[in-house]
Design a protein around this ligand. Structure first.
Ligand SMILES: Cc1cc2nc3c(=O)[nH]c(=O)nc-3n(C[C@H](O)[C@H](O)[C@H](O)COP(=O)(O)O)c2cc1C
Length: 180
């Protein structure tokens, strides 16, 4: 297993997130990657089965999709880099549905201590907006704590399509992911 994992969390094929993700993947041969939209992910339905003592944190969907395997893979890395667009001031539902499933891991081990570092590249169409990345940043912070990571976010504004990732923005992404 490689030490670095890149996670593409955009539901959109060939959009701006794909462009940013591929840019890093090409430069970073030592990384493995996961594209969430290509994996089977059933969103959390809040049934609370994982919270019952006899369940020991087990999710009712554990054998029905790939989420447990992906979480296990995330937990074992030294470096994680996420790529996601902003939809309605937050992470897209594909990514959020996946994150909500971490509740079963939280039930097992709520006493976390972040010792490793994760990064997230977030792309948003609006050129302005003080709190454009705030909801996503908080969600990523508390999600990744469960697996022992603290997260640093690069939010890029004014990116509605791959063509908006000019040379300056591309360099910003590469500098961000390479400065560990
Ligand atoms: C459903 C939806 C909601 C969006 N909401 C926002 C938003 O709240 N703020 C913003 O700046 N851009 C918003 N956008 C624009 C996207 O953030 C932007 O186009 C991004 O580059 C899309 O990345 P993708 O091609 O990987 O999907 C939204 C786009 C979609 C499709």
């Amino acid at each position: 297993m490689k030490k670095t994992l890149l996670v593409n969390a955009s539901p959109h094929l060939k959009g701006s997130t794909d462009r940013a993700f591929n840019l890093v993947l090409e430069k970073w041969e030592k990384a493995e990657y996961i594209v969430l939209r290509d994996r089977k992910i059933i969103p959390c339905i809040g049934c609370q089965t994982c919270a019952k003592a006899e369940s020991r944190g087990r999710c009712i969907f554990e054998d029905k999709d790939e989420v447990k395997a992906i979480f296990d893979s995330l937990a074992q890395r030294e470096k994680l880099v996420f790529f996601s667009p902003i939809y309605f001031y937050h992470l897209p539902s594909l990514f959020k549905g996946f994150i909500d499933r971490a509740q079963s891991f939280y039930m097992l081990n709520p006493a976390f201590l972040p010792v490793k570092k994760a990064k997230a590249v977030l792309l948003a169409g609006r050129p302005k907006g003080e709190k454009l990345f705030e909801g996503a940043r908080l969600t990523l912070k508390y999600f990744l704590q469960i697996f022992g990571y603290e997260v640093e976010v690069l939010g890029l504004r004014g990116v509605d399509g791959p063509e908006d990732l000019d040379a300056h923005k591309e360099q910003e992404i590469l500098d961000f992911v390479q400065s560990w």
